[in-house]
Design a binder for this molecule. Sequence first.
Ligand code: SF4
Ligand code: SF4
Length: 367
Amino acid sequence: MEQVKLPLVDESGYYEIRLESIGGLGANLCGKMLGELGLRYLGLNSASFSSYGSEKTGTPVKAYIRYCDAAKEIRVHAPVVSPHILAIFHGALLGKGEVLRGCTEQTKIILNTDLSPEEAAEKYGISCGELLCLSAQAIAMESKSRINVVMLGAVGKAMGFVQLEQLESICRDTLGRKYPDALPGNLEGIRRGYEELGEAFRTNADNTDRNTMKKKESSDMQKLGYETAPPGGIIPWAGNSVLADVSPSRQGYIPVFRPEKCINCAMCDSTCPDMVFQFQKGTYKGKEMMVNKGLDYYHCKGCLRCVAICPTQALVPALEKDYPDKPYFMPNQDLIRMPDGYEKTGANGYVTSESFLTEKRINGGEM
Ligand code: SF4
Ligand code: SF4
């Protein structure tokens, strides 16, 4: 196979990609497909891996891909610090400072958003590299695919040395074998991601070159050592859902609370994996006890296990789009929040979700 020519590489000879996502949007699989693409269809040597927390849905996910000349061995297995391509699967992630970490004037940033690049750069304070936007969520909804394949098409296009047919081939090899029924939708998602990626917008580049950035990053990292690590060895960012807003990982459904039906049995609290329910001291049937005051939707990933367990239908499933201002939204009172820790975000993927609820259950509910 003829090897493609990489348009630029870093001082170690690598072309590097980083995907920033939230568990459930498929970045891990997208990264794997990009890794295989390099090896099987571009004639390059490649490596890919992901990092995520203990739970796969709702927590921050990063995927890293490295390409290099076929004759060269990949000896680096560390996260990509300063990517040539940075793909951000959801705008809400940009509230967390480190998502743009390591970007330079050479970085192409692909952002899933309905905004224009100018608007997005202003809204999210992006001031490095070239920004390319596309409505990956809307395309996924229309093509009945997932965000990850749309972003795969967009990343392939932004790289500039990948043909659409090569992306389609890797999709057939992987998703086509596993989910043949979903293949037409996935192929359309890739094609539209490839074709509908917007023009590059040059942000106010800070002219930081990669070597300077890498040196700065590695000196920053070295600051975290035996004497300077956060108390208790807490990892403050990666995979930590306590301060994370996982709203974008919901796929269109939320539990809606009806307190008049609640018997305060706390089954929901025991079942919920994400500390959503807020119990406080109160009175129920004349007795002092902990009572359910509502839900912290920042932590709710929409799995609806609480709905299934609630014995009195005090929790019922609903389409998120019907509840822009969620009733009984009670942010966790015990958490100290960072100023940029939470944003008003919410899933807009209600059409794509085929994950948990059937129409019958929605219609059969009491809402
Ligand atoms: S499971 Fe239902 S009834 Fe029990 S505390 Fe939760 S919402 Fe209330
Ligand atoms: S849907 Fe229910 S169980 Fe699932 S995360 Fe949200 S509150 Fe918790």
